[in-house]
Design a protein around this ligand. Structure first.
Ligand SMILES: [Zn+2]
Length: 415
């Protein structure tokens, strides 16, 4: 009987592995979606006019085989997207090698047991190639529709979070803290109202990060189209129809502007803490406003993961923005993404190529348009690729140096 049970278990395990290899891995490494915080690919991105038309335009196309300098990717998800799969990790490190990504920062180090699992997963084989930002679970084991049971509404929450951050920084496990967009959009107070980003309850968390010298990467709000009515005039309607949970319209949600303002008040109130606004502050469609924020708050930095779609459709404005704020911009991708997507990042940043796809997916997942390269100078590229990240994130510089300058450089632009 025991033998029979073991045999059945072995068959079930084998079937599970075959299914994973055949269906799941290819999805992550070859056809990942371009959303801002998505764990799964949308099944359909039908936009009404779903079929993409062929462009007649004939223009030069640069062949890019990797970034021109070693890169730090400050925005990746090796648990949310990578699911702690060893084969995925091995294959992604090969992609990092080919593309000169020295270090990927995984933002999935949730304080508690998951953090330990995450460090084991990333560092057992590749201690120099990954760094980890912590995040804090606001709900814990609380009941979903009873926010008074959520851990964030218990007295000890902030105190314990601060203590955990101190301990993990001291042990060298984390070099930053990540906040997801749920902070402001979904997490609730005990009375059921939405948590305020600038609630003074969280002040000790912002303060301790400044004291420990670790930055806070914060995802606040989302693209403006996600806060607009869901009709044909919405330029991201196809995407929102397939991902209705990304639509934040109506009385249940705060205004996008008020989320931005609350975040900015936190940044202003804690000048000794460095904040990295994820996805270009979710204001890549209004770079003059984002530029004003950077002018106003010297402790604010930005990273542009999943926003080359926006930046590349305004190449002149984007290029001026990168020139002006060259010391405050970090590179992020929101990966692990397939290699085709990474190459588009280098092409966008390093060349003046015209009218090309911002994603390997068809139809394009984040707006029905194509992009243009902004041809940054080698000096600016090196800052955006690694120098700025190494300056504000502890422990990175040694990892980038360990990657080796020998295999790390080639002339910018065309090969
Ligand atoms: Zn993300």
């Amino acid at each position: 009987m025991m033998m029979f049970q073991r045999l059945i278990m072995a068959v079930i395990c084998l079937l599970g592995m075959v299914f994973f290899e055949a269906f799941y891995l290819p999805t992550i490494l070859n056809a990942q979606d371009a959303s801002s915080e998505s764990a799964t690919a949308p099944s359909s991105l039908a936009s009404g006019s779903s079929a993409e038309r062929t462009a007649s335009l004939v223009v030069a196309q640069s062949k890019i085989s990797g970034a021109c300098f070693p890169v730090v990717d400050v925005h990746t998800h090796f648990f949310i997207k990578g699911k702690h799969d060893q084969q995925l990790l091995d294959r992604y490190v090969e992609i990092m090698d080919r593309n000169r990504i020295a270090v990927s920062i995984s933002l999935d180090g949730q304080l508690g047991n998951q953090l330990q699992t995450h460090t084991n997963y990333l560092w057992t084989k590749y201690p120099d190639r990954f760094a980890i930002f912590a995040n804090i679970d606001f709900r814990g084991r609380g009941i979903e529709d009873d926010p008074s049971s959520w851990v964030c509404n218990q007295d000890a929450f902030v105190f314990e979070s601060v203590a955990a951050l101190r301990a993990q920084v001291k042990q060298g496990n984390i070099c930053g803290l990540k906040f997801f967009k749920d902070f402001g959009l979904r997490w609730k107070n005990a009375d059921g109202s939405l948590i305020r980003i600038d609630d003074p309850r969280w002040d000790p968390i912002w303060e301790v990060c400044g004291e420990l010298g670790i930055p806070i990467l914060m995802h606040t709000a989302d693209p403006s189209a996600f806060f607009r009515p869901l009709d044909e005039s919405n330029e991201r309607i196809g995407e929102l129809r397939s991902r209705p949970e990304w639509a934040f319209v109506g009385p249940d949600f705060p205004l996008r502007e008020s989320l931005h303002q609350a975040r900015n008040r936190v940044i202003a109130k804690h000048p000794k803490t460095i904040f990295i606004a994820a996805h270009f502050g979710n204001d890549a469609e209004n770079l003059s406003e984002l530029s004003e924020w950077l002018d106003e708050y010297p402790n604010l930095y930005v990273e542009f993961s999943s926003r080359i779609n926006e930046l590349g459709r305004q190449p002149y404005t984007a290029r001026r923005f990168f020139e002006k704020h060259q010391d405050r911009i970090l590179l992020g991708t929101d990966g692990p993404f397939p290699e085709q997507r990474l190459v588009i990042y280098w092409r966008f940043l390093e060349t003046f190529d015209e009218y090309f796809h911002y994603s390997e997916k068809s139809p394009p997942p984040q707006g029905d348009w194509r992009i243009y390269g902004i041809g940054l100078s080698p000096q600016i590229l090196e800052k955006v690729y690694s120098i700025n990240a190494c300056r504000i994130i502890p422990g990175l510089k040694a990892k980038v140096q360990a990657f080796g300058t020998g295999k790390g450089t080639r002339p910018a632009g065309n090969d």
